[in-house]
Ligand binder design. Structure first.
Ligand code: ZN
Length: 148
């Protein structure tokens, strides 16, 4: 029903953010369902599966529904992407700390623990590697693959 973002930083943003156009009911509440009980809604409002919702009511028309869905994308989703994009420095610090922990476990004769920590570190690095790859423009990705 809603929109789930799959672009760069989607892994950092997580799966709780499914955007949709909620219906504003006459009592002021919002609903994501369309039933006979919600048929007399007064407008569409941008909403997200995480509980966030916009503060602008759009007309109860197809164009209003599209505008509300667009508002989710242009406000809430863009804020989430910007916040995730600002996470590179803290990610780098976490990676450095974990790498030192791995080295410390090896130095103290616990390669078994070092391997466990390194495996978690590897997973974290892989997420951000995929993000960096997604940030490369599609045309540049084609060149990197040897395409035209
Ligand atoms: Zn959300």
């Amino acid at each position: 029903m809603g929109t789930v973002y799959v672009g760069a930083y989607a892994e950092q943003i997580g799966t709780d953010h499914e955007g949709y156009a909620a219906g504003r009911l006459p009592d002021g509440s919002l609903t994501g369902t369309r039933t006979a009980d919600t048929a007399d809604f007064t407008g569409y409002v941008a909403a997200c599966g995480c509980g966030w919702h916009g503060n602008v009511d759009h007309p109860p028309t197809d164009a209003g529904e599209i505008a509300a869905a667009g508002a989710w994308h242009h406000t809430h989703l863009q804020e989430l992407i910007a916040k995730a994009g600002a996470g590179w420095p803290s990610w780098a610090e976490r990676v450095a700390v974990r790498a030192r922990v791995v080295a410390g476990h090896v130095a103290s004769g616990r390669p078994d623990i070092a391997a466990e920590v390194a495996a978690r570190l590897e997973g974290e690095v892989a997420i951000w590697r995929r993000t960096a790859e997604e940030l490369v423009p599609e045309s540049a990705r084609d060149l990197a693959r040897g395409g035209v």
